[in-house]
Structures are given as structure tokens and as C-alpha cells.
Design a protein around this ligand. Sequence first.
Ligand code: GAR
Length: 192
Amino acid sequence: MNKPINLAILGSGNGTNAQQISEYFADRDDVKVVCIIYNKKDAYIAQRAKNLGIESHYFGRNDFYVSNAVLDYLHEKQADWIILAGFLWLIPESMLQAFPNRIINIHPALLPLYGGKGMYGHHVHEAVVANHEKESGITIHIVDNNYDRGTTLFQARCTVTPDDTPDTLAEKIHLLEKEHFPRVIDRTINAR
Ligand code: GAR
């Protein structure tokens, strides 16, 4: 059998997407989640990794932007693709070069709307609700050196009603993420 396609997941927070992706691929021989990397010491994603029995590793700013610690670890784990699942730092140039067109991000809005610096997680939903938008959604895209601008792989939409709050909108977005993110990853990595 061929070597499996190895995924490294990077996250910063709660880790629901990391868990959903890991569970989706858990029974597969051809795709493996080999590690979950996080950059906030107390992030719940670390606990989820533990529960899932997946190796996890904390790396700080220096490890990403100054030394090669993260890249060395990714190579040691033989990662083929990087999946950003709620990861909130800009990806360093060295990582983009080491994984050209092999880094996938999910953004909780219909890019190019509500993207760019400072637009992440709850901030996105607050802005969408404050602007009385009629719809929002998710964008799954390839990461390049422009924040939230790489090639779009997939978008899904949901309605935003006048009753929606940032919290209820977040729930709708999480449902879309659960339904689509693992499947889009599967399709993308197997198309190469
Ligand atoms: C997700 O909604 C994801 O789309 C968003 O952060 C959340 C992480 O939730 N990502 C961004 O805003 C990236 N700019 P999770 O940690 O529970 O998966």
C-alpha cells in the first residue's frame, strides 16, 4: 500500500474543526492526521488532541518566525499538507515555501468579505450582524502570502436573519464547517 497522505493541523483555540477533521479521517488508511500544533498554551485544542489520541505540540512565536522549530517538527512528522483550523497567526514565508499550495485554511465568512487582519472568529460574526447582512458563510481556500486571499476551493452560505446574534450566527457557521471542511480537504488532497 502507498504511504498515507499525512495532515498536520494547526489551531489556536477551541479545536472543534480539528476534532471533526481528525474523526472524519480516523478510520482511513490513506489519510492520517499526524499531529495537532497549537500556539496558545491554554487552548482547549490540546485537550481535544489528547482525547483523540493524536500527538500535539505547543509552539510559540519564536518557533514559527525565528527558528526552524515548527518546520523541523513538520518534516519529522512527514507532513504532506497543513490544515489551518482556527489558526490565527500569519503563516511564515518559510512554511509557504516548504508547503507550496499545500496549506488549506477555513474562514468563517464569504471572502473577500470580512477577511484580513483582525477579522477572525467572533469578530467576523459581530461585524456581519452589525452590518445587517442577509447572508454569511464559510470559505475554504489555499493559503498564500496574502492574508485570506488565496485561491478559493469552496464556499457555502447561510442566511442571517434580523434575530441572529453573533452567537447564533457562530452556531450556523460551525454547522457548515462540520458539514464541509473535512470533505473539501479529502477532495483536495486526493485530487493532487
Ligand atoms: C472557526 O470558526 C474558523 O472558521 C475560524 O476560527 C474558528 C475556530 O473554531 N477561523 C478564522 O477566523 C480564521 N481567520 P475551532 O477552534 O472551534 O475550530
